[in-house]
Write a protein that binds this ligand. Structure first.
Ligand code: 5AD
Ligand code: SF4
Length: 444
């Protein structure tokens, strides 16, 4: 690689989960603090960060096609940085396969970007995939700007080792950020414009810490504390694991008004044999009982889940059990994926890999079942009155889009602004959104 001047403009492209969105924002703040400015829309950036996802195969492949596209430019090639989970898992391969990449930086090391950029500008390709437990957050600049709906990473990593999943290898062991740091960051986000905060973690409900009085708290204790922040109107959290659900978390849904009636609780499969092979250590029945307990605490709660079809050895009868769980759960929303063998995970070398056509067909049936449930949930919401947090403009002038408490997309016509909480009557339901009629705007 040749020496080059330090970059002055940047662009960050985040793939995958919301935690990557959060990391992308923090990298942007870090670069801005170094004096870089975001490249204008349609203009080439001198530094491009691909903040990658390794959870499924297609996500990882995109990285190489993006690198190829970035190098096919008439002008000088940008300094390409591969960040995120592909960087962590395949850093060496990337450096070998893509000579145009200047920096590889893992998800636990991106606070060191300024040094890595300086090194790459000297013509020395730089890799940092260290996993210091907690150093990253302390080294990042203070939060100064926020959208009305903000993310806040409270927990990272995973110790569960589901047999299909790369996360324990790419994000490392479970760590919880300290209580006081999170209260401080939430406060800053609210001062910077956030009205809703979604607490993020691969196993967010495994979060634990010590509060101001040195008492041990779980996620529900953190939520109760954040609910005391004036100006913060809504709290959400994702993603939870069934084994880490506590009585306190369930109770919080009935007691904390700012905690939104929404729960993303993946089950992955409805078959107990498949769940065992996945190392999930819960049964389908135990999962459904948990959902019922959340419903008892908060009857209108919108439930969501994740599913994998075609896990090695999955039979038609076992897949049918997954469809039964979807019907029984009554989801408002759910994500479903074809199983993708991830290098280094136990499931990748299991017998009985399922044929692609079988997976396709199962995914279609599963998605049709989920879509029916989602439409039914939306239709049952018609007639409800609720607050919508306005997040962006709609396609037509005077049209706005926001989220209901149940995380549905709601569009409406009104004189509003981004960040308003607008009271609407939900008037019409489609499969993916609802139309609202405006009653009043609550003071911003
Ligand atoms: N193949 C398919 N889906 C996967 N997920 C995680 N690993 C894999 C894999 N190897 C899904 C799970 C998880 C979500 C984030 O991605 O459903 O909950
Ligand atoms: Fe992956 Fe399982 Fe951990 Fe979720 S709980 S991040 S699926 S290993």
């Amino acid at each position: 690689m040749e020496r080059r001047p330090l970059p002055t403009t940047y662009r960050i492209k985040s793939f995958g989960c919301q935690m990557n969105v959060y990391d992308g924002e923090r990298m942007g703040e870090l670069l801005a603090a170094q004096g870089l400015t975001p490249a204008a829309e349609g203009e080439d950036a001198e530094l491009v960060v691909l903040n990658t996802c390794h959870i499924r195969e297609r996500a990882a492949e995109k990285v190489y096609s993006d690198i190829g596209r970035l190098l096919k430019t008439d002008g000088p090639a940008p300094l390409i940085t591969v960040a995120g989970c592909v960087a962590q898992a395949e850093g060496k391969e990337i450096m070998a396969r893509a000579p145009g990449v200047g920096i590889v930086v893992g998800p636990q090391a991106y606070h060191r970007l300024p040094e890595l950029i300086a090194q790459a500008s000297q013509g020395i390709r730089a890799t940092d995939t260290d996993m210091p437990a907690d150093a990253k957050f302390a080294a990042l600049p203070r939060r100064r700007r926020s959208a009305p709906a903000a993310f806040l990473t409270v927990q990272e990593g995973c110790d569960k080792f589901c047999t299909y999943c790369v996360v324990p290898y790419t994000r490392g062991a479970e760590i919880s950020r300290p209580f006081a740091d999170l209260v401080a960051e939430a406060q800053l986000l609210v001062e910077a414009g956030a009205r809703e905060i979604t607490l993020l973690g691969q196993n967010v409900n495994a979060w634990t810490g010590s509060d101001e009085a040195d008492r041990t708290q779980g996620l529900d204790g953190l939520i109760r504390r954040l609910a005391q922040i004036d100006g913060l109107e809504r709290i959400r959290y994702t993603t939870s694991h069934p084994n880490d659900v506590t009585d306190g978390l369930i109770a919080a849904h009935g007691e904390v008004a700012k905690l939104m009636p929404y729960l993303h609780l993946p089950v992955q499969s409805g078959s107990d044999r498949v769940l065992r092979a996945m190392n999930r250590s819960h049964t389908a029945e135990a999962y459904l009982r948990l959902l019922e307990r959340f419903r008892a605490a908060r009857p209108d709660i919108a439930l969501s889940g994740d599913f994998i079809v075609g896990f090695p050895g999955e039979t038609e009868a076992e897949f049918a059990e997954t469809l039964q769980v979807v019907e029984a759960a009554g989801y408002a929303h759910a994500f479903s994926f074809k199983y993708s063998p991830r290098p280094g995970t136990p499931a990748a070398t299991m017998n009985g890999q399922v044929a692609a056509e079988v997976m396709d067909e199962r995914l279609q049936r599963l998605q049709a079942t989920i879509a029916r449930g989602q439409l039914a949930f939306n239709q049952a919401s018609v007639g409800r009155r609720c607050a919508v947090l306005v997040e962006r403009r709609g396609k037509r002038p005077g049209q706005w889009l926001g989220k209901s408490p149940w995380l549905q997309s709601v569009w409406f016509d009104a004189d509003a602004a981004i960040g308003d909480l607008v009271m609407v009557d939900l008037a019409q339901a489609g499969p993916n959104s609802l139309e609202g009629r405006v009653l009043e705007t609550l003071a911003a």
